[in-house]
Design a protein around this ligand. Structure first.
Ligand code: UT7
Length: 338
């Protein structure tokens, strides 16, 4: 049955810390080089939060920009979803509650989404469901990370890959009669969310939770940091990116030609190239800005969307496909009319 209400991205914004760290800077910390990092990942720079900046600080700035762009008073925000793998605090309070207070969203429910790099995709779909069921009218979806604070800066296998940043989208209810007219379609059309917990250990923070609690003087500090089996994640990523794109197209009866841009999680250019080759998709259909920001996990897709809007690449009615994968393992995508 066709819904009466569509969930439209009414405003988007991002924030990255001003401190910019190049590959050459990292080569002073670990045994690596600009040549290795760029040729294996497509990354040149990343932005790193300062000592006092936490995830909510970045999230608040992105959220305020998205609300301003949407022209939506903060009192009208019904729910705040913060997708993050690097919350201000372990477990509670949620980072979403910190953001709720800081932006003054006094009428909003707030909760975090833990789906690692796929978090923003999970967040958009959660917003769509709350809106299309008529429960809420404005849901603020934020992807925000300060990965630099859970990075082992002595591990060259991981420390060259990640950056800090935040992106936010206000998802708003719009009447289906006006938003889905043939001439100008708007809104989130369909999503595909999936998981593969069997390989949970290939990307994790080993200690600090209830499985391996932190014991002062005993827990090795690096066990509190992100640890990854890069090869396994790479193989998983190439396979599920393709599967997600094909699933979304099959679900909606659309074809690749209908899609203006694919906006992938920005983890590694080589992963995107392999997926493009496998599905015979021209590489320029994928929007990439990993060169400047590296992998910002749940923030990478909203940062990319904001970047695209600022470059004038997005127009109302354009069909956009987001696709991502990450810790959990999780994966999925959204198909939406801008
Ligand atoms: O958001 C999701 C999070 N994670 C990902 O998306 C990561 C997915 N995986 C990848 O992107 C790639 O697997 C990496 C970029 C992590 C690694 O690239 P690779 O081409 O798969 O390299 P590799 O792991 O097979 O390592 C090749 C060599 C190794 O040396 P040996 O054992 O062959 O002598 C590594 O020690 O490259 C070495 N290496 C490095 N060398 C210089 C690993 N990291 C570095 C480095 N600089 N930073």
């Amino acid at each position: 049955m066709k819904q009466n209400t569509c969930a439209v991205i009414s405003g988007i914004g991002s924030y990255v810390p001003s401190k910019r760290v190049s590959n050459d800077d990292l080569a002073k910390l670990v045994d690596t080089s600009d040549e290795w990092i760029y040729s294996h990942t497509g990354i040149k720079n990343r932005h790193i939060a300062d000592e006092k900046e936490a995830t909510s600080d970045l999230a608040v700035k992105a959220a305020e920009r998205a609300l301003e762009k949407a022209g939506c008073p903060v009192s009208e925000v019904d729910m705040i979803l913060v997708a993050t793998a690097t919350p201000d605090y372990l477990g509670f309070p949620s980072t979403a509650c910190i953001v709720q207070d800081r932006i003054g969203a006094e009428n909003a429910a707030a909760m975090d989404i833990v789906a690692a790099c796929t978090g923003f995709i999970y967040g958009l779909e959660t917003a769509r469901v709350f809106i299309e069921t008529g429960t809420y009218r404005n849901v603020l979806v934020i992807g925000a990370e300060v990965l630099s604070k859970i990075t082992d800066w002595k591990d060259r296998n991981t420390c060259v890959l990640f950056g800090d940043g935040a992106g936010a989208a206000l998802v708003s209810a719009q009447a289906a009669e006006t938003s889905m007219k043939e001439s100008l379609k708007r809104g989130i059309l369909s999503s595909y969310l999936a998981s593969y917990g069997k390989d949970a250990e290939v990307l994790l923070r080993p200690a600090g939770g209830t499985r391996v609690p932190f014991i002062p003087g005993t827990t090795p500090p690096e066990d509190l940091c992100l640890r990854m089996n890069g090869r396994k994640v790479y193989t998983f990523a190439v396979s599920v990116l393709g599967k997600t794109i094909e699933t979304l197209l099959a679900k909606t009866g659309l074809s690749l030609q209908d899609i203006k841009y694919i906006v992938p999680h920005q983890a590694n250019v080589r992963i995107i190239e392999a997926c493009a080759k496998r599905l015979d998709i021209p590489l320029d259909k994928f929007f990439l800005n990993i060169k400047e920001f590296a992998n910002t996990s749940s923030a990478s897709i909203p940062i990319a969307l904001t970047d695209m809007e600022q470059r004038g690449l997005l127009h109302p009615g354009d069909l956009i496909l987001t696709v991502g994968f990450g810790g959990g393992l999780t994966y999925g995508g959204n198909l939406l009319y801008w």
